[in-house]
Write a protein that binds this ligand. Sequence first.
Ligand SMILES: Cc1ncc(COP(=O)(O)O)c(C=O)c1O
Length: 343
Amino acid sequence: MDTISKFDFDLRSDILAPASDIVASAIAAAARRPGEFLWREDPIERALEHRVCEILGKSAAALFPTCTAANIAGLVALGARERALVLEDMCHLMTVEMAGLDWLSSPQVLSYSQQGGALDLTKCLGQSDAIFCLENTHNRRGGTVLNAQQTNAIAQQAKERGWSVFLDGSRLWNASVASGDSPAALASPVDLVSVSFNKGLGAPNGAALAGDERTIKSAVEAWRLLGGICRPSHVLAAGALAVLDDISLLGKDHALAQEAAAAVALLPGYSVTNPQTNIVLISGDKLGLDGAELCASLGRAGLGCLAFGPRHVRLVFHRGISADSAPMIADIFRKIASRERDD
Ligand SMILES: Cc1ncc(COP(=O)(O)O)c(C=O)c1O
């Protein structure tokens, strides 16, 4: 596989997953013909929406350029301007997307915390009308999974209060593969769900929002006002449609994440999460390295990752990393640990 990365192992994100030959051919074939002019006119975009509805068990869906766009437009469509947002304190919406949401809708934000399936809603219980947000898998918590039963139980608590439920499912595909529950079973307890086509699945770009027809129309309208609608959409839609046949392949990324995590955990000096999906969080605390220092050392040694919070680095496994690379990745960690101990 050709690579232009400056790293031997580029684990900064699963958006780096390369397109398969099938996906590249689908994109090339679409690019050879002109796209349609208006939203929902293009047959490939229609086919993609249809397939997303089928997979997620929803009645309507729309293509968005990014998952951030799908999340923000979806929350505005659910009424973020008038209703409180109940958000988990470590979720992507809270930690990364809030500035955009705030600029568009100045929502009242209430946060809750979530450990595994257990929810602490104490700070939010007085809220009569709200949009309750979930993330699955959970990026900052290391790709952790909510299965269908947990999602149901959590969504039920929100529904009992008359709240709407929104799911940031940027990596819902990983949650499905890891839990064995279908994407529809994971999405059915929520009103609106976003998914990415470019995280792990290997489309160059694209995301979707799925829910009921009225909310999807309103989300698209909100996004159109900002000039964010993709048109012609056929090239983007073709890549997204093609990756949906490959969801189960994400299991290989999960297996590689587990193998690499287990190999690094055997080394002295590191604390390593036991990955549920494709994300591994590693701390070099015991070597006296904070997240930024460990990330810089790994980068110099040829392994790209991100510093995650003050203590950790995040490694995200994807199809661009070969299945036999766990020992070589662990060796990079081993060399850094012995250098630190010798210093
Ligand atoms: C959980 C989660 N939601 C949303 C996003 C935003 O996705 P995008 O980069 O497509 O805007 C990300 C990006 O990594 C993410 O991890």
